[in-house]
Design a protein around this ligand. Structure first.
Ligand code: IMP
Ligand code: MG
Length: 180
């Protein structure tokens, strides 16, 4: 696997520090509130599991999974389909949606639109990475570990063709790997 890796953008230590700092912000903002953290599968798996272990107060955890259709013809409110919905009620909860990356913004804006129907007290977005360059929906992360340029990255939950999620750092693949 390591032979496929080009440049490492964020090391294990940098990620650890950033996740811990982010959890401290969450603690300040949510300590006295009912918080439900909703992880977006599969990309948030690694980030979610590290982040929640830095949260020092009781939180509810659930997951959601969506398919986002690419292509200009799909209307914004039909482009995201929830294929695994949350199973716990969030009516009296503040919701924090956690994902690996905010790219075009289609997936997270679709998920937020769906979650709004459950009338939570608030909904905020927390991502490991923010890739502004390709944004197509008006959405900004409320919490974010790192800003990245328009590069395709893998590791720490992020995949190429469902591989490389288990790398402990965030990296770019070597030229040629992505066209295999
Ligand atoms: P969006 O709907 O375009 O914001 O896409 C979000 C999803 O696209 C993420 O949850 C990732 O699964 C995937 N994605 C976007 N950029 C990257 C990347 O650089 N590496 C791996 N997956 C990515
Ligand atoms: Mg993905």
């Amino acid at each position: 696997m390591k032979n496929d890796i080009g440049e490492i953008l964020f090391s294990e230590a940098e990620i650890k520090n950033s996740v811990s700092a982010l959890a401290q912000k969450l603690t300040v903002d949510y300590k006295h509130k009912n918080l439900t953290i909703i992880g977006v599968l599969n990309g948030s798996l690694v980030f979610l599991s590290d982040l929640i272990r830095h949260v020092p107060f009781p939180v509810k955890i659930d997951t959601i999974k969506a398919n986002t259709y690419v292509g200009a013809s799909t209307a914004p409110n039909a482009e995201t389909e929830i294929i695994h919905d949350i199973n716990i009620g969030v009516k009296d909860e503040h919701v924090l949606v956690v994902d690996d990356i905010l790219d075009t913004g289609k997936t997270l804006s679709g998920i937020i639109r769906m979650l709004t129907k459950y009338s939570p007290l608030s909904i905020k977005v927390c991502v490991l990475l923010n890739k502004m360059a390709r944004r197509e929906r008006e959405i900004v992360p409320d919490y974010c570990c790192f800003e990245i340029e328009d590069k395709f990255v893998v590791g720490y939950g992020l995949d190429f063709d469902n591989r490389y999620r288990n790398l402990p750092y965030i990296a770019v693949l070597k030229d040629g790997i992505m066209i295999r």
